[in-house]
Design a protein around this ligand. Structure first.
Ligand SMILES: Cc1cc2nc3c(=O)[nH]c(=O)nc-3n(C[C@H](O)[C@H](O)[C@H](O)COP(=O)(O)O)c2cc1C
Length: 261
């Protein structure tokens, strides 16, 4: 699928075909997409554990339920538990030096082994390593960037996907074998969508000028109707929800699984 169409077609899908497994290759593509996301210092932030719903012990599955996520969790056949490893700073000097060796970072832009060892590490990175808030902020941000690629890779392959918060219970950590240095980020549900992939239309977003600015915050970004028109033709901007049939779709799906109306 074209990039713009992937971005425009992605929705948080909450109705999956519970009976249809996802091919291992498709899951691998999702993980690869996350792996190739941009990342600061070329450090290894994200960690992911892929689990099939039907392989989780019943009590662990039950503990993943909350009032608004139970149905989605029960329907999706695949869960990807995203974490980041607090130890991502370890070895970061060597990773940066690899980039110097590869001429990705060059002297023209101020990079050298000496800059990394004598300035960047002692004055910046070591301080991040010793400051829990900075460590958490970077870990979560970087993992979010990777997850964004993972979501789009799922959509690109015709899958439905949605992020959920999850309780990183000791039982779950035990089943997944999660090391103590891993911090939970999000749980990604993956499966074949049972709802139409349009999922009732594109979700509402605030106007460009409410979110973005040009030069200074008192000058809202002016949306160009020609660009908007092109993005509509390319599929990044799609029909807003609710599409006329959405209410009926949700009603039918709800009845199919005997869920509360
Ligand atoms: C980081 C993140 C966490 C989310 N957590 C939940 C969640 O716990 N439960 C849920 O139903 N949806 C969750 N969502 C989905 C959002 O509610 C969703 O963005 C919203 O429904 C509309 O946007 P979308 O359909 O374009 O994704 C999450 C989305 C993101 C990006």
């Amino acid at each position: 699928m074209d990039f713009k169409k992937v971005v425009g077609t992605r929705r948080s899908v909450r109705w999956f075909k519970p009976w249809k497994p996802v091919e291992r290759e498709k899951i691998e593509v999702i993980l690869q997409a996350a792996r190739w996301a941009s990342r600061s210092m070329n450090a290894d932030y994200p960690r992911a554990v892929v689990v099939m719903r039907d392989e989780l012990p019943a009590e662990v599955l039950e503990a993943l339920h909350n009032p608004t996520t139970a149905a989605d969790v029960d329907l999706a056949p695949v869960y990807i538990f995203w974490y980041f490893d607090m130890e991502y700073v370890n070895g970061v000097q060597d990773r940066l030096k690899q980039l110097v060796d590869q001429h990705a970072l060059s002297a023209s832009h101020g990079w050298s082994y000496a800059y990394i060892d004598n300035h960047l590490w002692p004055q910046v990175l070591k301080q991040i390593a010793e400051e829990p808030i900075a460590l958490m902020f970077m870990g979560a941000t970087e993992t979010g960037i990777a997850i964004c690629n993972a979501l789009n890779a799922a959509v690109d392959q015709g899958l439905g996907t949605c992020l959920h918060s999850f309780i990183n219970s000791s039982e779950l950590q035990k089943v997944l074998g999660v090391p103590p240095t891993w911090i939970p980020v999000w749980m990604q549900l993956v499966g074949y969508p049972l709802e139409d992939p349009e999922a009732g239309g594109q979700r509402p977003r605030s106007a460009m000028g409410d979110m973005y600015f040009e030069g200074s915050c008192d000058k809202p970004w002016r949306e160009d109707p020609e660009v908007t028109g092109q993005l509509q033709r390319d599929g990044m901007i799609q029909e807003p929800g609710p599409l006329p049939w959405r209410e009926q779709e949700v009603k039918m799906l709800t009845r199919m699984f005997g869920l509360p109306e």
